[in-house]
Design a protein around this ligand. Structure first.
Ligand SMILES: [Zn+2]
Length: 245
């Protein structure tokens, strides 16, 4: 019989979808978040402040992660450097993010998407305005539903789900200090060094985004993950995603 992983139970269709998208972090050897979706900044801060964290400069940017995640990353970076491979942070927000950071990123994509679909005549200005005025949890539900039922997408190029471009506010793995965005994400050697130190891609289509799981790769299936392989930009990329029933 297959072992069932210790994933949290979703309390809504939106949470089910978010668990499927970002849930791999719940099997981390570090500290997983206490819930699928943080509701506000206070909840995020309470969790972040309960963690042991580490900070380091990784390339140009200073980043902060959970302590064990940072230790594994620094070890990987040093080993990579000794072999002539570079692993650096992609941007200033490659590590820790606040709830407000994730809300801003989300609203940027939603705003651009609404403008785009108004221009194409698929939604009305009035309809768009009513979506802008929703609270974020309702807005996430409405956006995901429009994508699924009408093909009105909110990714950066409006061709796939918004979740492939930006996390739902309150659900990002960056809030849990378990994610790191890699500048050299197209370098297969960098990927191999990261994976051998417990860092894997876990969000399908988000190529620079790596998650600290801390386990060896051969342990991941029995912990409840499955391998998904996707071709993007004429290369195959590997993602370890929740193997949900
Ligand atoms: Zn990321």
């Amino acid at each position: 019989m297959k072992l069932r992983p210790n994933f949290p139970s979703p309390s809504s269709p939106v949470e089910s979808r978010l668990l499927a998208e970002y849930g791999s972090m719940f099997i981390t050897k570090a500290a997983p978040p206490p819930k699928i979706l943080f509701r506000n900044e206070a909840e995020v801060l309470a969790f972040q402040e309960s963690l042991d964290t580490g900070q380091a400069r990784v390339g140009t940017y200073q980043i902060e992660l959970q302590y064990s995640a940072m230790l594994a990353l620094e070890t990987a970076v040093a080993l990579a450097a000794a072999n002539g491979i570079s692993i650096t942070a992609r941007s200033a927000d490659s590590g820790r993010r606040s709830f407000q950071d994730t809300l801003n990123l989300w609203l940027r994509n939603v705003g651009r998407g609404l403008d785009h679909w108004i221009e194409l005549g698929r939604i009305t200005a009035q309809g768009a305005q009513s979506i802008r005025e929703l609270d974020f949890i309702q807005q996430v539900g409405v956006i995901l539903d429009m994508e699924e039922s009408q093909g009105i997408y909110f990714s950066t190029y409006f061709d796939r789900s918004i979740l492939s471009s930006v996390a739902a506010p309150g659900a990002s793995q960056h809030l849990s200090l378990l994610a790191f965005d890699v500048a050299e994400y197209q370098d297969e050697k960098a990927e191999a060094v990261l994976s051998s130190h417990g860092w894997y891609r876990t969000v399908v289509s988000d190529l620079p985004h790596f998650t600290y799981l801390g386990h060896s790769e051969d342990a991941l299936p029995r912990l409840g993950l499955r391998l998904a392989v996707r071709k993007q930009n004429s290369r195959m990329y590997r993602f370890w995603i929740p193997d949900l029933i």
